[in-house]
Design a binder for this molecule. Structure first.
Ligand code: IPE
Ligand code: IPE
Ligand code: MG
Length: 249
């Protein structure tokens, strides 16, 4: 039977090209079970695996996931070490599978200078999968949107200083092309789990006209059904981009 648009579980006819996810709620998931926060993060990695697979199966072109913010360094050192350990383990264990799935991995944010091992693994993931034509998986790591915009502005300022660019050439398009996300399709949908309703310094520029969907589910419980729920909600939204609707209203 064909799914009916608007019913639970039905996929919208207009599938977003680029979905970004703020994967939140690992700590609360663990706390609710009397487990250490680490256990929530560990189960969160399994949710990442499920989500990448589901996004590939559903034919989403680009998926961008918030894995560690530039503000997350303010967490206790033990939790930071746990998160770094999980990221390293994820790349070591899953890179070959991602490559088999034809996923092209890209990492946005500032490369952490003090962790050569992580830097090398992130480079390896990008280099191995660069030519893949499947899902564009972008991992935001040590990422903050204000930092990204400031770095882009700095790059353009260097071009002006060197005489390669005129100040009048600095347009939204040119600034967008100087961001870490250059070349990705426009951001259509931002999903945040755990019920929090804020962007927490994620893709502030790119989200200008994205639809925002906030789900109560905690990240370790996220699965294909939750993704489909967000896609169905996206399908019910009317995107106007400052104009009027299709009927001219
Ligand atoms: C998201 O879960 C993972 C990261 C931010 C790295 P949290 O660790 O923020 O979980 P809560 O918000 O405390 O439940
Ligand atoms: C945002 O979640 C960062 C990631 C999901 C990686 P946080 O849990 O750090 O955000 P706040 O502190 O609740 O805004
Ligand atoms: Mg959180």
């Amino acid at each position: 039977m064909q799914p009916v648009a608007g019913e639970p579980g039905a996929l919208p006819q207009s599938l977003p090209r680029h979905v970004a996810i703020i994967m939140d709620g690992n700590g609360r998931w663990a706390k609710a079970r009397g487990l250490p926060r680490f256990e929530g993060h560990r189960r969160g990695v399994e949710a990442v695996r499920r989500t990448v697979r589901a996004a590939t199966e559903l034919g989403i072109e680009a998926l961008t996931i918030y894995s560690f913010s530039s503000e997350n360094w303010s967490r206790p050192a033990t939790e930071i070490a746990d998160l770094m350990g999980l990221l390293k383990r994820f790349i070591r264990n899953d890179l070959a599978t991602l490559h088999e799935q034809n996923v092209a991995v890209r990492v946005i944010g500032e490369r952490p200078e003090h962790d050569a091992e992580i830097s090398a693994l992130l480079d390896e993931a990008e280099q191995l999968t660069r030519g893949n034509a499947g899902l564009k998986l972008t991992v935001a790591f040590n990422y903050g949107a204000r930092n990204e915009i400031a770095r882009a502005a700095r790059r353009l300022a260097e071009d002006v200083k060197a005489g390669r660019l005129q100040p009048a050439d600095i347009t939204p398009e040119r600034l967008g092309d100087a961001l870490d996300t250059a070349g990705l399709p426009p951001l259509d949908l931002v999903i945040r789990t755990s019920g929090e309703q804020r962007l927490s310094n994620f893709l502030l520029w790119q989200a200008a006209y994205a639809e925002l969907v906030f789900l109560p589910v905690l990240w370790p419980d996220f699965d294909r059904a939750a993704l489909e729920e967000a896609l169905a909600e996206y399908g019910r939204r009317e995107r106007r981009f400052g104009g009027v609707d299709a009927a001219g209203r």
